[in-house]
Design a protein around this ligand. Structure first.
Ligand SMILES: Cc1cc2nc3c(=O)[nH]c(=O)nc-3n(C[C@H](O)[C@H](O)[C@H](O)COP(=O)(O)O)c2cc1C
Length: 399
C-alpha cells in the first residue's frame, strides 16, 4: 500500500506497489513495480487511472484515507491496459456507474472491449480542455504510446502531466520521487523504454516535438509506474529524446547459446576480436541473461553478434526467443554478424542472417560456421569476425 502522498495542493498519489511481481508480460522485473493512480481533489474529485484488479481494495483504502470514495465525481482513464484499468469496474460500481468516465475515443472502445459495459463515456481528444469544479484538465492523445487508447492528462494551473505509461519505470523501491532516488532510477527508466516503447520511437520523436511546440510548462511528470519526476522532469524528456533517436554508441553485444560449448568458444573469440578494436563489448549468454536485459543493452549498442548451434535444422530455441523479442521491438541502426557450430546441415547462421535482414540490420560479414569443435584456425576466423564488426561500427560512427 502507498500511504497516499500529496504531490501538490489537494493532488494525491493513491496507487499501490506490487512488490512480488517478477515477470511483466515477459519483461523481467527485479524490484517489483507500482501501479500509480492519482486523486485530484477540489470542488470536484477526480480519479486518474486505477490499478490491477487484485489491488482494488488497496486503492480504495488509500482513497478512503483522504475522502469517502463515493465522493469521486469522475474518472479519467489515460490507458486501458489491465494494470491501470483492472480495478475500474469495481471503482465505478463503488462511486456510481453513471459518473462520467473521461477517455480517448479508442479508450471508450477498448474499455467496452475489456469490460463489456457501456459507461458514461466522455470522449476527449488532443487539445480538449475540461473544467471540473475549480480544476482544469487538458488532454493529449498519444496513440500507440503504447496502445491505441493512450493519452496524457495535463493540469495547466498546477503544471502537472499525468503521462500514463510514458516516462515510467518498473520500480517499487522505498522512494517516490526522482530527487529521492537520484541517478539510480535511470537504468530502470532505460530498461522500461527499451522493452516497452522502443518500437514506437518515431512516435516518441513526434510527441516530443508536439510537446515542445505546445510550449507546455511541465513542473511535474506523474507516470503510471515508478517514481514521480518532480525535481527535474526535463531529465526524462531529454533521455527519451536520446533513446528514441536510436543513435548507436561505440558498444557491441555478443549474444549466444550453446549445447556443448563449441559456440561458446566461438563467442569468446568474437568478443576478443571486438575488444582488439577498442570497442566496448558485452558477452551475453541467453541462458544466463534475461531477454529484457539483452534488449536493454541493445538500445544503444551499435553492433550485435548472434551465435547459435544448429539444432534440428534450426536455431537454438532460446536464441529464437530472444530474436523474436528483439525483432518485435524494432531496434534500428545496428551492424550485425552471425556465427555458430554445427554437425551436418548447419542452418543456424543462414537463419540468423535472415533475421538480421528482416530487422534491416546491416550485415558486417556473411558469418562464420564451424563444423563441431572449433580449432585454432576456426577461432581465428571468429576473432576476425569480431574485429570486422568492430571496424565497421567505428567507420559508421566516424561518418
Ligand atoms: C539434439 C541435437 C540436434 C542437432 N541437430 C543438428 C542439425 O539438425 N543440423 C546440424 O548441422 N547439426 C545438428 N546438431 C549438431 C550440433 O549443431 C553440433 O553438435 C554443434 O557442434 C553443437 O554446438 P555447441 O557445442 O555450441 O552446442 C545437433 C545436435 C544435437 C545435440
Amino acid at each position: 500500500m502507498f500511504t497516499p502522498i500529496e504531490l501538490a495542493n489537494g493532488i494525491y498519489s493513491v496507487g499501490c506497489r506490487d512488490w512480488d511481481i517478477r515477470d511483466f508480460h515477459g519483461y523481467e522485473i527485479r524490484e517489483g513495480t507500482s501501479y500509480n493512480a492519482f486523486l485530484v481533489t477540489g470542488e470536484q474529485n477526480i480519479l486518474i487511472d486505477t490499478v490491477k484488479s487484485h489491488f482494488k481494495d488497496e486503492l480504495l483504502a488509500n482513497i478512503s484515507r483522504i475522502m469517502d470514495p463515493k465522493k469521486i465525481d469522475a474518472v479519467i482513464s489515460n490507458h486501458t491496459e489491465m494494470d491501470h484499468s483492472g480495478s475500474l469496474p469495481g471503482i465505478m460500481h463503488k462511486i456510481g456507474e453513471d459518473k462520467p468516465l473521461y477517455c480517448s475515443k479508442m479508450g471508450a472502445q477498448n474499455l467496452k472491449n475489456h469490460f463489456n459495459r457501456d459507461y458514461n463515456f466522455k470522449v476527449v481528444g488532443s487539445g480538449d480542455t475540461v473544467i471540473l469544479g475549480n480544476r482544469t484538465f487538458s488532454f493529449l492523445e498519444t496513440r500507440m504510446l503504447h496502445w491505441p487508447d493512450s493519452m496524457f492528462t495535463y493540469l495547466p494551473d498546477e503544471k502537472i502531466l499525468f503521462s500514463s505509461d510514458a516516462f515510467g519505470q518498473h520500480y517499487a523501491g522505498d522512494q517516490f520521487f526522482d530527487d529521492d532516488i537520484g541517478d539510480e532510477i535511470m537504468p530502470h527508466a532505460r530498461k522500461y523504454y527499451a522493452n516497452i516503447l522502443l518500437h514506437f520511437s518515431p512516435r516518441v520523436q513526434a510527441l516530443l516535438s508536439d510537446v515542445a511546440k505546445m510550449n507546455l510548462d511541465i513542473r511535474m511528470i506523474c507516470p503510471d509506474h515508478g517514481v514521480i519526476w518532480r525535481k527535474d522532469p526535463s531529465r526524462i524528456l531529454t533521455a527519451y529524446d536520446r533513446w528514441s533517436r536510436q543513435e548507436p554508441v561505440n558498444k557491441a553485444l555478443v549474444i549466444f547459446d550453446s549445447m556443448w560449448e563449441s559456440t561458446t568458444k566461438m563467442a569468446r573469440a568474437v568478443t576478443s576480436g571486438i575488444e582488439s578494436e577498442h570497442v566496448g563489448v558485452r558477452l551475453m549468454n541467453t541462458r544466463k541473461c534475461h531477454r529484457s536485459d539483452i534488449m536493454t543493452e541493445i538500445l544503444d549498442a551499435g553492433a550485435v553478434a548472434v551465435g547459435s548451434p544448429t539444432l534440428n535444422n534450426g536455431i537454438f530455441p532460446v536464441i529464437a526467443d530472444v530474436l523474436t523479442y528483439i525483432k518485435g521491438l524494432r531496434p534500428q541502426n545496428k551492424i550485425a554478424a552471425a556465427f555458430g557450430s554445427y554437425g551436418w546441415s548447419g542452418e543456424a547462421v543462414k537463419i540468423i542472417n535472415k533475421e538480421f535482414e528482416e530487422m534491416k540490420w546491416e550485415m558486417a560479414d556473411p558469418g562464420v560456421k564451424v563444423l563441431y569443435v572449433p580449432d585454432e584456425d576456426d577461432l581465428n576466423r571468429c576473432f576476425e569476425l569480431g574485429a570486422t564488426l568492430a571496424k565497421k561500427l567505428k567507420e559508421k560512427l566516424n561518418g
